[in-house]
Design a protein around this ligand. Structure first.
Ligand code: DX5
Ligand code: ZN
Length: 217
């Protein structure tokens, strides 16, 4: 199954609940929530209290992308806030096994992410523990950047690594610079969850969701 996951980083935060409701009603099954701590990435976004508030407006899957140093400290907060998928960065965890194990304990989907400069090979020891691999196709920290083309090769590599260990059901999510011009190539490379921030929230939100959804069906 393919899923569109609008990133609310590009939403109008003065009406965040309303915009989340709008994308969900327009047919986006997953809401991507970018949490930034100003340490792992040079930007600060929002944390668990905001997620907990917007949890009330939709039953859509809440996909929480933690761009946070040592996220193990905050997993319980995001679980309580209503996350359905919690993704941590390989680069941000001293003990990734312990971090992934703790996410699993909460009964939510377990995600691991790599930044553009990190090789897919580092994921090998963790692939049997995760439900989703998030491949960053921009340097994490800001919305509205251009898609890094070499990410396509990385998606193919991760898809074949998963195939080799018989984990064909594991999701591959791609995040950064995705829009109507490249979403099909990202899908053909082997991804099935497509994060889009500016391509959804700039302009007509409903029409954007419908257009991107149609491309991945
Ligand atoms: C970047 C975030 C992305 C970002 C995507 O650090 O993880 O989710 O908001 O935004 P666009 O689609 O505009 O590149
Ligand atoms: Zn993200």
């Amino acid at each position: 199954m393919n899923y569109l996951a609008p990133s609310v980083l590009s939403a109008d935060f003065s009406k965040l609940g309303k915009e989340i409701e709008t994308v969900a009603m327009a047919g986006a099954p997953i809401i991507h929530l970018d949490v930034m701590d100003g340490m792992f990435v040079p930007n600060i976004s929002f944390g668990a209290p905001v997620i907990s508030c917007v949890r009330k407006v939709t039953d859509a899957v809440f996909d929480v992308h933690l761009m946070v140093e040592e996220p193990i400290r905050y997993l319980e907060d995001f679980h309580r806030a209503g996350a359905d998928v919690i993704t941590v960065h390989y680069e941000a965890c001293k003990d990734l096994t312990a971090t992934l194990t703790k996410i699993k304990k909460y009964g939510v989907k377990v995600g691991v992410s790599i930044s553009p400069d990190t090789s897919a090979d580092v994921l090998q020891p963790y692939l049997d523990m995760v439900d989703m691999v998030l491949i960053m196709s921009v340097h994490p920290g800001f919305g509205g950047q251009s898609f890094i083309e070499s990410s396509l090769e990385k998606i193919r590599t991760v898809r074949s690594m998963l195939d080799e260990i018989g984990k064909k059901e594991t999701w591959i999510e791609v995040d950064g610079g995705i829009g109507a011009d490249n979403i099909v190539s990202v899908m053909e490379a082997g991804a099935n969850v497509f994060v889009a921030g500016s391509a959804v929230f700039k302009g007509d939100i409903v029409a954007n969701v419908q257009k991107l959804n149609a491309l991945i069906q």
